[in-house]
Write a protein that binds this ligand. Sequence first.
Ligand SMILES: [Fe+2]
Length: 271
Amino acid sequence: MRKSMYWDESLSVGCDLIDGQHKELINLVTELEESARSGLTNEQLARALKFIVSYTRHHFLAEEELMKSIGFNELPHHRELHNELVHKVTEILLQMKEGKDPEAPNLIQFFIEWVKKHVNEEDRKIGTYWRKWSNGAKVMDCRIKSVSERRAAIIPRLDKLKELFRIKLIEIDDFKAKKQSLFEGLFVELGPNKIAEGLSDLDHFLKVDIIGSKERDMIIEGYLRKLNPEADLEVISEVEDKLIFVRLLRERELITEEKFNQLKTRILEAI
Ligand SMILES: [Fe+2]
């Protein structure tokens, strides 16, 4: 069957990590198109939508970080478009929870059209902007990194912050907040599926005294607050990782004991 959307170099935003996510997104759209043709049950549809919300939120955060780092001038508008999609899909999910019929084919069609238009028109602008300023170079510091590279990349940025604080250009509160978001960025980059890797990065930084144990907790909590427990759980593939995820949420009281037990039961059902 002919695919209705392909990735090609003209869609590149100059960053392997984001390009890879766009390829995955295009694959997802193609798969959805195919399964929608044979008809989806409401349950299948809800699962697909939860995945979409979670995946796109993770992807959008990473893409917004990229736009910030290259100084892309249309970031506020672009972010608005992202938020609109997340709201729309979340709203539909809520309606489905209340038992309303979501008109599955229209919904899937809406998402497919949104992705095609957004990647083709809006995301393409990021690449065009970047190529204009960089003569076609890849965005520095933007590709899938090895563990040691990922960890090493944070050090010069932290040193820069220390320097800014030392010469009194930023306050201690600015320093602390920025340091926290720098480390939260590790989790954002890895995505909810690799939370265990993010935790082992933090343990490494704790061991070499770059962060304290209180900071470690605040970083984890800060990141978890950005997530949507139920939707993000859907993107995590391994049972162990799913359990780590819900346990972290419970430990930090971001979900109730009742919710924790509910999620745990659902995870164990898959075994
Ligand atoms: Fe985008």
